[in-house]
Design a protein around this ligand. Sequence first.
Ligand code: G3P
Length: 248
Amino acid sequence: NTKRKPIVIANWKLNGGLELICTSVASFIGKHFEADIAICPPYIYMRDMLTFLQHSEISIGSQNVSKFKSGAYTGETSAQMLKEAGCKLCLIGHSERRSMFKENNLSCQIKIGNALNHGLMPILCVGENKEEHDAKITKDVIFRQVTECLEGVELDGRKICIAYEPIWAIGTGASATPEIAQDVHSFIRQELIKLYGEETANSIRLLYGGSVTKDNAKDLLAKEDVDGLLVGGASLDPGHFLAICQHA
Ligand code: G3P
């Protein structure tokens, strides 16, 4: 882990409101972190959070980005708009978007291109479901997701992160063990080496997500290829999220 700066990202999903914004801002302002820290609130709160956190070390990210650039696409928000608003990164292909909003590897690939072209750092989410996990085909699933989402994606020095979020661990309280996370992350790293060569692959940060808490964060981050954490439920409690960030 000495090569890569850790990164911790909060994904608020469809949660939060003015009260959470205020308590989060109060907890994070004026603090120094060894890791990169970002919060992905619902779109509607981004501008407020950006204003409140402008002198802090916290970045703001989005939970999604449109695959379209502009036009008649009701309800969408483009990469360019997110960039203009002050966003630094965006989650792409979260399992909830794949399962409930029909996203697939091809749409992720387009979104990654849009994000990179507008200077947003994509956080590509991948992960197998419970059935696939039980059938021990995790690596086949991850291989397909990684190779199809990154097909034709040229990095040219631009940054991307990959978040491994096993679906069976999301919101269940049953986090993957640090060993499982490391095993899958090192597999992803090997695939990235094939796609981008050793130097680039070794610079890409791999995050783990799925029931991360302040109690398991340290052991997960201790693994060689676990370079960061993507936190859902525990990020809705600012004190808890702060404790996780301080482990990184
Ligand atoms: O994107 C983060 C997320 O899916 C994990 O959620 O609640 O298990 O930390 P949670």
